[in-house]
Design a protein around this ligand. Sequence first.
Ligand code: PSU
Ligand code: MN
Length: 308
Amino acid sequence: MPLPQATDIHPPVAEALAAGEPVVALESTIITHGMPWPQNNQMAAEVEEIIAEEGAVPATIAVMDGRLKIGLSGPEREALAQRRDALKLSRADLAFAMAQGRTGGTTVAATMIGAHLAGIAVFATGGIGGVHRGAETSFDISADLDELARTPVIVVSAGAKAILDIAKTLEVLETRGVPVVVYRSDIMPAFWSRTSSCPAPLRLDSPGDIAAFQKMRGALGISGGMLVANPVPEEAEIPAEEMADHIARAQADAAAEGIAGKAVTPFLLARIFELTGGRSLTTNIALVKNNARLAARIAVALAAERSV
Ligand code: PSU
Ligand code: MN
């Protein structure tokens, strides 16, 4: 499919893609809605450096003034990080923002769409959206899960945030045929914590094995994405027992304030930041960097497989 007209591929990204070199996509809702300024911009810059260090080219995806950007320059990234009018864009509203000339951060779902359009096979984020606790009454299930089922991109995350119902999230992913591969652990991680009460659906211990798995799916004509869950590094983790109190409190506050829809995830993240005295942000930054490194190694392994 040709790229839509309103799409700009950042020149280093275009060159790498044309040469079959490894590229890693990055989402931007984490910049516009997930972290405060200036840590958001600093995190985004450091994550790009890590990917470059590992021999891949970073491509942060966002919509700026109606243009779908596949890769941002430093000044563009900084401008996005300071925008207060940025929308949060998923599959439902990506095209809306483009048609209306708006600016927004792309969620996991919308970033996967952009990555796939550009031919990028690997994407690093913090945590994916999933089935919210209480979804049986609120019906709040992230569009990220549907996107994983339909769009062939490997998404490297630290699992699903513990503000979600991780067991239900795994059930939905299984139903939709999305493999969940935990990296070097038998337990599904929970974003700020290395463990949850769920076992790992699948486990692999090397970037090459993950690349080979995705390649085998393609060979069978099984389309769709894969979720890699990479536990947060030990020194940065906040233990699950400790997070449980903060999460319960943040959730009660969200309910009391009547927060709903796409405001839920940003509200909970901001509230947990306050409740942990900023520690949740330090952990969030550490896990995103850890995911960027693994994603770059997977992209390098995929590029090597393609060239043999
Ligand atoms: N992980 C983070 N910070 C975030 C998000 C994930 O550490 O801001 C964002 C991602 O962009 C994810 C989105 O796709 O939250 C999910 O939102 P929702 O639950 O409304 O689908
Ligand atoms: Mn939602």
